[in-house]
Design a protein around this ligand. Sequence first.
Ligand SMILES: [Fe+2]
Length: 158
Amino acid sequence: MPKTKSKKQATMKPTNKIVEALRVVLADSYALMAQTHLCHWNVEGTSFFALHDAFEQQYTELFGAIDEIAERIRALGAYAPGGLSNLAVIAGISEQKEAASATEMVKGLAKAHKKVIADAGNARDLAAAAEDNETEDMMIARVQVHQKTLWMLESFLK
Ligand SMILES: [Fe+2]
């Protein structure tokens, strides 16, 4: 088989590894969105107004991103996981306490963002290896967003 043809096939037929990696990105992003929403509701203290608003911006951005990731999985010919219990099986993000302090909340969310950065980096690298430029591009963008949010959260903690 000529080299160009096998390259083209790699682009058109995504590996299951890419889909599996995207399902992890989706599940962890959903878990992070839910945790950020919980923090938006329950945060207390002198930084209430700033964090309440910041968390709303973060979960709103995640909601749109999750939809795009799910639809990318569909475009790759696979089904997208959904439902809280199904997503919880795939996700690897620990739950926040309802009565956590603002600092504990930000620390927990920062840790969760690091997990999603690792997930998206893995999906990005697998997509790059398979010459799936579109998935790679989407995952590069997700890493950028999560790195920016992580910078903000870590700045709060200093
Ligand atoms: Fe609200």
